[in-house]
Design a binder for this molecule. Structure first.
Ligand code: ADP
Length: 490
């Protein structure tokens, strides 16, 4: 097989990156572009031996890397970020071709964020000081010790962003990493390996094993030498991973799907709400944190729908490599089938299509921005995550009903609430969710916690929460008086 896939003048390796070197597998999987369904090439599929080799390399590299301390690791991670920056054009091209992410979003949002994911956590790790607890008896020095080998498993909707969002804090706090990229969009992670290599990260500190979930991912999460598993993906896969991890009691951080409410109160600025509402079609709706369940006050429903319709009508669906495009393709034929299935079943159950509701006239893997209404509260389209450009709208008559509907799903990731600021905040406090935006959407900060409740996940990522997860907390207890051993008290 060819060892690379060509993008213009550049070649992207399709091999693994283990112990500071490119490694091939005989077995491969096929990669297609969601843009036009053309074959991009074959990518190495790591079997259990390859997965084990990566874990062994990461374990071998761990003692020296962890001993470097945050200050010693900082220059490596800064160089890693710089090397990502040097590859910005290629990363944009690669991820818009293999994941279908808008080129403009890659350039202005994701590549700078990937760099920041490394530098932010590398600098934040410098401030990770022992917490000292003084009591009458002793001084407790509470430390963050690096945990060991961390397996990172990421999904196809934002591979570069999510891989660096996890690798940044893991590496900065002294762990070594084995990254398993998503098989539908694995190439930007291969470029991450190039960047790590060019940055001079010691061999084994950052490894990439390409492959499919059921083989490569499964081997990694079952490995007893792994200290942490950080996963973003679907809830069914998370259950399989958590079961495998249970055998070794490996701690898992699980960031899963959502069916987050987008609440429009009677006192909302409807123009602003409608403009923000259209953002739920970003990345063709393949975004876990999108507010996909519109809950709109009965009295403003018709006006809101017409305002949002006018915004959505202007959205440009098309090739993600065109600057003008706002809604790109769906990742894979299997996902188009899934989306179509959801919409057709909803229609058959009596849903009204407010707009969209069909594959786009462009053909291929493009689907129209869609809004459905007249749905039962327990309908599949209300309860299940579609992960496509399909939204659903329900109405409520008072705050109590808005809150009840908002909480009436198994998910609890995010939310949006438009309304008079105090009113919206009062509602937000009663929605069971990991985060909720008031009169806004998508404002994120690397220092803030991210993650969900209920089926949306276990644990939080970001700032101190990432460091907690990737560390073993250790208390070193120094008594204040000479210790007198005694059986009579504890
Ligand atoms: P999606 O993101 O399409 O909803 P998944 O949650 O299945 O899909 O995939 C997210 C990531 O999890 C991918 O990198 C995939 O390869 C990986 N994965 C899938 N199944 C397993 C498994 N059994 N063990 C470990 N990783 C898996």
């Amino acid at each position: 097989m060819s060892k690379t896939i060509r993008f213009g003048d550049a070649e992207v390796s399709t091999q693994h990156y283990i112990d500071g070197a490119r490694v091939a597998s005989d077995e491969t999987f096929e990669l297609f572009s969601p843009v036009d369904q053309r074959r991009l090439g074959a990518v190495c599929l790591g079997g259990p031996d390859t997965a084990a080799a990566a874990v062994v390399a990461a374990a071998r590299a761990f003692p020296a890397w962890s001993r470097l301390g945050a200050e010693g690791r900082l220059p490596f991670l800064k160089r890693f970020a710089e090397e990502i920056g040097k590859r910005a054009d290629l990363l944009c091209e690669v991820e818009s071709n293999d994941a279908g992410v808008l080129l403009s979003r890659m350039r202005h949002g994701i590549v700078p964020r990937a760099m920041l994911n490394l530098t932010f956590f590398a600098e934040a790790a410098l401030t990770l000081q022992d917490k000292v607890i003084e009591t009458a008896q002793a001084t407790h020095h509470v430390r963050h010790d690096p945990a060991g080998v961390c397996v990172i498993i990421t999904p196809w909707n934002a591979p570069l962003m999510l891989s660096t969002w996890k690798a940044g804090p893991a590496l900065a706090s002294g762990n070594t990493v084995v990254l398993k990229p998503p098989e539908w969009a694995p190439l930007s992670c291969s470029l991450l390996a190039d960047a790590a290599d060019a940055a001079g990260l010691p061999p084994g500190v950052f490894n990439v094993v390409q492959g499919v979930g059921a083989i490569t991912g499964a081997a990694l999460v079952a490995d007893p030498r792994v200290a942490r598993i950080s996963f973003t993906g679907s809830a069914p896969t998370a259950r399989i991973i958590a079961q495998a991890a249970a055998a070794n009691l490996t701690p898992c951080s699980l960031e899963l799907g959502g069916k987050s409410p987008f609440i429009v109160l009677e006192d909302a600025d409807l123009d602003a709400a409608a403009a923000t509402g259209a953002l739920m079609y970003r990345n063709a709706g393949q975004v876990c944190l999108a507010g996909t369940r519109f809950l709109v006050h009965q009295k403003v429903r018709d006006v809101f729908v017409e305002k949002m319709r006018r915004v959505v009508e202007r959205l440009v669906v098309g090739d993600p490599r065109d600057e003008a495009t706002e809604v790109g393709p769906i990742i894979h034929p299997r996902q188009i089938e899934r989306i179509t299935g959801f919409v057709e079943r909803a229609k058959a159950a009596g849903a009204t299509v407010l707009w969209g509701g069909e594959p786009d006239a462009l053909g291929g893997l493009y689907y129209q921005p869609t809004m459905l209404t007249d749905v039962a509260a327990d309908a599949e389209i209300v309860q299940q995550e579609v992960f496509g450009p399909v939204l659903v709208l329900q109405t409520f008559v008072d705050d109590a009903e808005a809150i009840a509907l908002a909480n009436d799903v198994d998910y609890g990731l995010g939310g949006v609430c438009y309304g008079e600021a105090d009113h919206a905040q009062a509602i937000a406090l009663q929605v069971k969710t990991g985060f909720i935006w008031i009169n806004s959407f998508g404002i994120r900060d690397l220092a803030a916690p991210f993650g969900g409740c209920k089926t949306s996940g276990v644990g939080r990522e970001g700032g101190a929460w990432s460091f907690e997860f990737f560390s073993d907390i250790k208390d070193v207890i120094v008594p204040k008086q000479a210790f007198k051993p005694s059986f009579s008290h504890r």
